[in-house]
Design a protein around this ligand. Structure first.
Ligand SMILES: [Zn+2]
Ligand SMILES: [Zn+2]
Length: 248
């Protein structure tokens, strides 16, 4: 007799047919290992479609893969592949030892919720308000349309800059109010940086907004006055220079 043949005590197959891990075949080795795979995984997706999470909010679907990995306990076994199909609501996990692979399908419990950002915004917690108003000079002109468009343009510019500054990780809401637009933002720090970068002069005031569980929440108000240059009289008309005018 040559080299001793191994026979798996569980399935009776020999090592001539299948790969072995120690005394038993790899397949049975995997089966006897305490692989803990959750019976279902809850995935939350923000109603606004911007973020998702299993245990940490992200706007990149690929970030969900390591989040799934953390839920699988497979000591000494390699997790070789994870795939998530949100449409079919299933995660596929491939575990391997030696040349044997096993696949586990974990159903996903997909729920529509609000992400951290939108939850905060919905609760009405804005850190700051930018009150965009006309300057006194602008107020004196009769051209209501001109006033409204200048205010809107300034509010939009601030909004776009804030989105860029925070890479979309900011909640902003514009409210039309008497005399202008209020821009609500979830970050005072970003607001401060953007207004400085735009060179927009503003008055800042800080008010205690609410007290939650002994924690004081402040809301900062930035008053921005849209500057105005009187139009030239007919005959000496000149194209107005918007940016020079606003970047005072
Ligand atoms: Zn076996
Ligand atoms: Zn969201």
């Amino acid at each position: 007799m040559g080299i001793k043949e191994k026979i798996c005590p569980i399935c009776g197959r020999s090592d001539k047919e299948v790969t072995f891990h120690g005394f038993i075949c790899s397949e049975d080795f995997l089966a006897t290992k305490k692989i803990k795979v959750p019976s279902s995984i809850m995935v939350q997706i923000c109603k606004y479609g911007d973020k998702m999470q299993i245990n940490a909010w992200t706007n990149n679907p690929d970030d969900l893969l390591p989040q799934v990995k953390r839920l699988i306990k497979a000591k000494g076994i390699e997790i070789t592949h994870i795939d998530i199909d949100l449409e079919k609501a299933v995660a596929e996990v491939e575990l391997s030892v030696d040349d044997e692979k096993i696949r586990k399908f974990i159903p996903l419990d997909v729920r529509r919720t609000l992400c951290d950002l939108h939850a905060r915004a919905t609760r009405g917690y804005y850190e700051s308000i930018i009150q965009v108003r006309m300057s006194e000079d602008l107020e004196r002109t009769e051209d209501k349309e001109l006033i409204a468009s200048k205010i809107q343009r300034t509010a939009d510019r601030i909004t776009v800059m804030l989105q860029q500054e925070e890479r979309g990780e900011i909640y902003i809401r514009q409210d039309r109010v008497r005399g202008g637009i209020d821009v609500y933002t979830s970050s005072t720090a970003a607001t401060f940086r953007v207004l400085s970068a735009l060179g927009i002069r503003n008055n800042i005031s800080r008010k205690l907004w609410t007290q939650k569980k002994g924690k004081q929440l402040f809301r900062t108000t930035f008053l921005v006055r849209v500057p105005y240059k009187a139009p030239k009289k007919p005959g000496q008309e000149e194209p107005e220079n918007e940016s020079a005018e606003e970047e005072q």
